[in-house]
Design a protein around this ligand. Structure first.
Ligand code: ZN
Length: 389
């Protein structure tokens, strides 16, 4: 969003007042629980909204529905809390939201206290109307398809975003290409296809990932309550936001390329990948362990790649469905150790080598490409089995 200075103030007040409502409702629930172990429900709290708005002109400025959405959000936090209690765990009680810890307000229905594309007659700009803030200009970076359902406003550092969720998004079936592909998700290269293409360079991800870590360390040295600390907090938030946006952008681009070129895409099942890809520790015979790549694969870099794959696969699944493409997830066990030409499976771990050389037939290939070919083969076998059944 590109709010004016006035709108920025209004949006900040909107977040603050929704936060106050959230905290007041939390306090009420906490008291009731402390005094008599009763739990107050969403319906009870929502019924008080009318009265709150009548008594408090600040609260009355905002949309009734967005306030209901905020109470529902609290309800969700409590349901999760009681769910964990029931499961025999001792979770922390839902917490009061401090300044800077409440950055989203949702309007659950377009047209109810908010309106997407509120000035359609404007020749060059898009606006979203938000009750209490007016028509806020939006920089629309891709077309909105389907019918807008919910509208959320999100603050990230000093930037403001509008997030839409849509119903009835039209499918765009793509013409068949007659090509199929396997995708290996790796550490050295984010994605490698069975056709030998490498997609996404994790180095730029890692580079911008280092910055939040530095900013975080910087933040830890600042005194609580100081202006410098407040600025450092904003810097960390802004950098995290940047990494998130880069990751999403990269995921869209990589997924678009695959969807455009292939009828069927086979990838590793991420739930099993993380278990199978980390090499087993090797005992050194003196009670300790020989170094392997597990440590290098752990840590910040690894977790960032994991998150990147998760985002990528989610985006890929949505696009595949919309385009009428087939998506298959396979168990990746053995795919990096098996020869794509003769099927010979080496006993030792191959994670330390960038190139694959088969000890049985001499087949040499890029290790990730070899794995991607095996992944494709596993997917084709799965599909054949499904068709035969
Ligand atoms: Zn071989």
């Amino acid at each position: 969003m590109r709010p004016t200075a006035h709108q920025r103030i209004a949006l900040t007040a909107c977040l603050d007042d929704h936060r106050a409502l959230y905290n007041a409702a939390l306090e009420e629930r906490r008291e009731a629980y402390r005094r008599s172990k009763v739990s107050i429900r969403y319906g009870d709290q929502s019924a008080q909204l009318k009265e709150i708005r009548a008594d408090d002109p600040d609260q009355a400025r905002w949309s009734f529905s967005s306030q209901q959405a905020t109470l529902r959000r609290l309800d969700k936090a409590f349901r999760a809390f009681f769910g964990r209690v029931k499961a025999g765990r001792t979770p922390g009680f839902p917490r009061l939201k401090g300044r800077g810890w409440f950055d989203t307000v949702e309007w659950p229905k377009d047209g109810d206290g908010c309106r997407w594309n509120s000035q359609p007659e404007h020749p060059s700009a898009t606006f979203v109307r938000l009750q209490g803030a007016g028509h806020v200009r939006v920089h629309r970076h891709r077309p909105v398809r389907g019918r807008v359902k919910t509208i959320s406003v999100k603050r990230e550092g000093s930037r403001w975003f509008v997030v839409l969720s849509c119903d009835d998004v039209p499918a765009e079936i793509l013409p068949a290409t007659g090509a199929v592909v396997g995708v290996d998700m790796g550490v050295a290269s984010f994605l490698t296809t069975s056709d030998g293409e490498q997609v996404g360079n994790p180095r730029h991800l890692a580079a911008s990932a280092g910055k939040p870590a530095t900013a975080q360390r910087d933040l830890a040295r600042k005194k609580r309550g100081s202006t410098r600390r407040r600025k450092a907090v904003a810097r960390v938030a802004a950098l995290h936001g940047k990494v998130r946006r880069q990751r999403l952008d990269g995921a869209h681009k990589a997924a678009n390329a695959l969807i455009r070129d292939y009828d069927m895409i086979v990838h590793e099942d991420l739930r099993i990948t993380n278990m199978t890809k980390s090499p087993a520790p090797k005992p050194d015979g003196e009670g300790g362990f020989l170094p392997n790549r597990a440590a290098a694969k752990a840590g910040l870099n690894k977790s960032i790649l994991d998150a990147g794959w998760g985002v990528f696969l989610t985006v890929l699944a949505h696009k595949a469905e919309s385009a009428g493409r087939e998506l298959i997830a396979v168990n990746p066990a053995g795919t990096s150790r098996t020869c794509a030409r003769c099927g010979h499976c080496a006993k030792d771990d191959r994670l330390t080598q960038a190139s694959f050389v088969c000890t049985a037939c001499g087949h040499a290939a890029h290790a990730d490409v070899n794995a991607a070919v095996n992944i494709l083969r596993a997917g084709l076998a799965l599909r054949q089995a499904a068709q035969a059944a």
